[in-house]
Write a protein of this length. Structure first.
Length: 237
């Protein structure tokens, strides 16, 4: 494990009523500690998961629209609002890694196509645009990811079928002892990774939660076990 903790920086000029400090999880958060090589940020949309993950990427020197330290391209709205307001604690500090952001992955794939040369050999040898969305994600995970690095993944399940989510878990398992993963996700499949740290952004301050206590697990299990009842209750409201 490389990244041990993060701290939110505030001073007398900090306006807690303005974004990003207005996000409840950010407003109430002072320090977050990581105790596992695999950590998941879990919570509803708007709870602050992506905002904090983006800020970590900014402090790592990664492109905040997606990429590593050596990827340079322009994307609208890629500024990390919280990036300058956190401090990371490392042991040891590493500079290798990648920030994968599902919503801007298309722009990253286009950026790779402009580089030419041998750049695509790190992503399976062909343009990510020539593959399906899910295939492109897996090409990134399988060919770009390696040891002694930190990987920040923002909703990687967005283009992955359940079977390919399991393939991602396999990749994480292969690298777990020599890499660190911090993942924001809604996937009950990914959240089931063994011995992962799950941090719940739906409570303030952010705190650890057991897999079986997450709403993702509870709702998915209830639906699968009582599909007709759940749908009847939903549609009869």
């Amino acid at each position: 494990m490389y990244l041990r903790s993060l701290e939110i920086l505030r001073d007398e000029q900090t306006d807690l009523d303005r974004y990003p400090f207005s996000i409840p999880a950010v407003k109430r958060l002072d320090r977050l500690s990581f105790r596992s090589n695999v950590t998941f940020f879990v919570g509803e949309n708007g709870s602050g998961k992506s905002t904090l993950l983006e800020a970590i990427a900014y402090q790592c020197g990664f492109h905040t629209a997606g990429g590593g330290r050596n990827n340079y391209y322009d994307v609208d709205s890629s500024h990390a609002a919280l990036g300058e307001h956190i401090r990371l604690s490392w042991l040891p500090k590493i500079t290798n890694g990648f920030f994968m952001r599902a919503e801007t992955f298309y722009h990253f794939a286009s950026h790779l196509d402009t580089l030419g040369g041998d750049s695509l050999r790190f992503y399976g040898g062909r343009s990510l645009h020539e593959q399906s969305h899910g295939e492109a994600f897996l090409a990134l995970f399988r060919h770009r990811f390696g040891k002694k690095a930190i990987y920040l993944l923002d909703e990687p399940e967005a283009a992955l079928s359940p079977a390919r989510q399991l393939a991602l878990l396999q990749t994480i398992k292969e690298l777990e002892n020599n890499a660190q993963f911090i993942i924001a996700t809604h996937s009950p499949i990914l959240l089931g990774y063994p011995n992962a740290q799950l941090l719940n952004f739906d409570v303030q301050p952010v705190q650890e939660i057991r897999y079986e206590e997450t709403m993702h697990y509870i709702l998915t299990r209830r639906f699968l076990e009582n599909r007709k009842t759940v749908l009847r209750e939903l549609f009869d409201q």
